[in-house]
Design a protein. Structure first.
Ligand code: C6P
Length: 412
């Protein structure tokens, strides 16, 4: 399977370059992915041939832009199997999507004394909006513990899921541990308690098939730039019945039906949430990215990443002084590998690996409560994607060994 992925690199012009005298090995895909030529072309072609504002004009370019923008929404709807395009809101990314849910839906359902349940593996974008809501509503933010090997502790989850729990908001895949959470099972538990489930899908949608109807999540958020699309475009899926109850978060042009001196009415879904001129080129680019992923097949992509980590993990485990975070059982992981080298600061690790042409990220990965929980100030992190190969994995291992040698033995 991975062999047929080897030729994908040629679709990504940015990958064909030398960094610090070494061919680039890009392993920072959890932060953002690179863009294939088809996505770059789609964005450029839009500006060359169809640029206009959407939903406003009747001239030909305006109609073209509108039909491409709304056509992109349909491509995305089909990709995640939402029941209708009214349930697919185009946002700036996962952060905006989660903020909209917390501010608008949270406003509707959360009352003083209620609980909002999240976990210790959440990204700040799935913590801070809930902290703000909890403060405003005098609700309580409750954290689910993790198991020893970094999975969601499902016993603790079930203990903390009570009649007081109004909203559960969990990541589908952790951006630090790479662990995949059993969202479908969790949705059943949450709904039995009459709660609502919000899912941060930023690290899941790019890497595996996601069917929002099968998952039964009430809201599901993700970002275009982590799945080959442009930056500044993302998605908030929500069940129609819930979106109907919510007020828009932003107000202004595009989202109104009728404006009088003192009051206004809103457009229908999904437009009532999309105030102002949207990221039209971003949506078009994202749809082309989705089509690129669909051509490869999301099952194949998940399988490719699994093969890469099955290939690289045994090699990493042989390196003395290397700690790898997250589950031992690779069936519960995507291609995210956080690690530390004893005695070397993760930032130094990332800088030294860059000297070898290998791009990895170091830091708290916008997950400070998780770092505290793991008792680590930071980690280094490699994250694989469709265009990474076994040769990249080998280079990754070599770069770790060279880094270790350089810092611990002063050689290189
Ligand atoms: N994680 C990373 O390097 P935005 O920035 O809105 O596109 O995505 C935010 C976000 C939300 N949830 C998860 C699980 C994420 O991983 C991210 C982005 C990047 O891990 C940047 S910190």
């Amino acid at each position: 399977m991975t062999d047929s992925f080897d030729r994908l690199k040629q679709d990504f012009p940015i990958l064909n370059q030398v960094i610090n005298d070494e061919p680039l090995v890009y392993l920072d895909n959890a932060a953002t992915t690179q863009k294939p030529q088809t996505v770059l072309d789609a964005v450029e072609t839009y500006y060359h041939t169809s640029n206009a504002n959407v939903h406003r004009g009747v001239h030909t370019l305006a109609e073209r832009a509108t039909s491409q923008y709304e056509g992109s929404r349909e491509v995305i709807r089909n990709f995640i199997n939402a029941a209708e395009t009214a349930e697919v809101l185009l946002t700036r990314g996962t952060t905006t999507s989660l903020n909209w849910v917390a501010r608008s839906f949270g406003e509707v359902v959360v009352e003083a004394g209620d609980e909002i349940l999240i976990s210790y593996m959440e990204h700040h974008s799935n913590i801070v909006p809930w902290q703000q809501l909890a403060k405003k509503k005098q609700a309580k933010l409750v954290y689910v513990e993790l198991t020893e090997d970094g999975q969601l502790d499902l016993d603790d989850f079930q203990n903390k899921l009570t009649d007081k729990t109004k909203i559960v908001s969990l990541t589908h895949v952790s951006n630090v541990l790479g662990v995949v959470n059993p969202i479908q099972q969790i949705a059943d538990w949450v709904h039995e308690k009459n709660g609502y489930l919000v899912v941060d899908g930023a690290q899941a949608v790019p890497h595996m098939p996601v069917d929002v109807q099968a998952l039964q999540a009430d809201f599901y958020a993700f970002s275009g730039h982590k799945m080959l699309g442009p930056t500044g475009i993302g998605v908030l899926y929500g069940k129609r019945a819930l979106l109907e109850q919510m007020e828009p978060v932003e107000f202004g042009g595009e989202m109104i039906d009728f404006v009088e001196e003192q009051d206004s009415t809103w457009k229908e879904l999904p437009w009532k949430f999309e105030a102002g001129t949207p990221n039209i080129a971003g949506a078009i680019g994202l749809a082309v990215a989705v089509q690129y992923l669909e051509r490869i097949g999301m099952e194949n992509i998940a399988q490719h990443e699994r093969e890469l980590i099955e290939y690289v993990m045994p090699k990493l485990k042989q390196i003395k002084g290397l700690t790898i975070f997250g589950p031992e059982d690779l069936r519960f992981r995507t291609g995210v590998i956080s690690f530390n080298i004893d005695g070397v600061h993760p930032h130094d690790v990332a800088t030294a690996m860059d000297m070898e042409g290998v791009a990895v990220r170091a830091g708290h990965h916008c997950a400070q409560p998780l770092m505290t929980y793991l008792n680590q100030p930071a980690t280094a992190r490699a994250s694989f994607y469709i265009y990474n190969t076994k040769a990249d994995a080998d280079k990754f291992v070599e770069a770790i060994l060279a880094t270790k040698e350089f810092f611990l033995n002063g050689l290189n």
